[in-house]
Design a protein around this ligand. Structure first.
Ligand code: PMP
Length: 291
């Protein structure tokens, strides 16, 4: 598919996406040396923008890239970009790399160079309604990633391979297992339900603290779900009554098949249905507030 002429942002300028170029010496290209965010936009209302910008700031600090903008400047860039699109439901991609430097050297450039800041919006593509009603399949694989998966780094090779494993198996997601524990999906967080209790891994350096994960936990607490945050073993995952995946681009999806075995009774579960309802009500409230 050719690159569309949608308005995008690169280093202080708005320009058509298909006209933007960066240097081959950009450290994002050479080393995967950068971080990113993906933010959903519903009816031009940017979902949890400040939470995404806070996570971006944390990722930048963790990899020692100087944050090129303060929160007010970031908000303005994202808001302008969203306003420039002619579709209302969007997904905003933001990326910051350590910048362009020559010669190629693993160590940080010195003197410091300006970070490369890139952002663009796509039309928000949600899974089809049938995925929410009937559920999706997932597979599992060993988590081959590094030990700082809490950083939303653009170096995603292990996630790319894991996601392709799902595609090859005609599944929607790959769940990553490390040392007998369920960690997260290739591009999502995972919750399970067993005997009416909702379980999710507690935040650690081994997983990304999803903005959606945080919201589900917030909503579960508000609505008095039985909730346990802690290690989720592979055995618990395989024995679960329900398994859900959460992410900004998919919200909450029920997983009804895992490695070709049914999850629970193989049907979308009642706790999932309750949370989906709560989530949709929350989203509608946020969008009403923004009008
Ligand atoms: N974990 C990983 C590895 C991810 O890539 C994502 C989605 N970017 C998530 C979890 C979910 O995060 P969020 O809810 O912020 O989209």
């Amino acid at each position: 598919m050719s690159i569309p002429a949608l308005t995008a942002y690169l280093n202080g300028q708005f320009a058509p996406l298909n006209e933007l170029n960066i240097s081959v010496m950009d450290r994002g290209f050479l080393f995967g040396d950068g971080v990113y965010e993906m933010i959903p936009v519903y009816s031009r209302c940017i979902f949890r923008l400040d939470e995404h910008l806070a996570r971006l700031a944390r990722s930048l600090a963790a990899v020692q890239i100087h944050n090129p903008y303060d929160i007010v400047q970031w908000r303005a860039i994202v808001q302008q970009l969203v306003a420039k699109q002619d579709f209302a439901d969007q997904s905003v991609y933001l990326q910051v790399t350590r910048g362009v430097a020559y010669p190629r050297n693993h160590a940080f450039p010195w003197p410091e160079v300006a970070a490369t800041v890139f952002a663009f919006c796509d039309p928000l593509e949600m899974p089809p309604a049938s995925a929410y009603q009937q559920g999706v399949a997932a597979v599992t694989t060993r988590d081959l990633r590094w030990l700082r998966c809490d950083i939303k780094a653009i170096s995603l090779l292990a996630n790319v391979l894991a996601k392709q494993a799902a595609v090859d198996a005609q599944a929607a997601e790959t769940i990553l297992l490390r040392d007998g524990k369920m960690i997260e999906g290739a591009a999502s967080n995972i919750f399970i339900v067993q005997n009416g209790v909702l379980y999710a891994p507690q935040i650690s350096e081994l997983m990304l603290a999803g903005i959606t994960y945080d919201l589900i936990i917030e909503l579960a607490r508000q609505h008095d779900f039985a909730l346990v945050l802690g290690d989720v073993s592979e055995a618990m995952l395989r024995d679960a009554d329900e398994v859900w995946l959460t992410s900004s681009s998919k919200e909450i999806l029920p997983i009804v098949k895992l490695d070709d075995q049914p999850v629970g009774n193989g049907q979308v579960g009642p706790i999932y249905q309750k949370m989906l309802q709560i989530y949709q009500t929350y989203k509608a409230t946020v969008m009403r507030r923004a009008q």
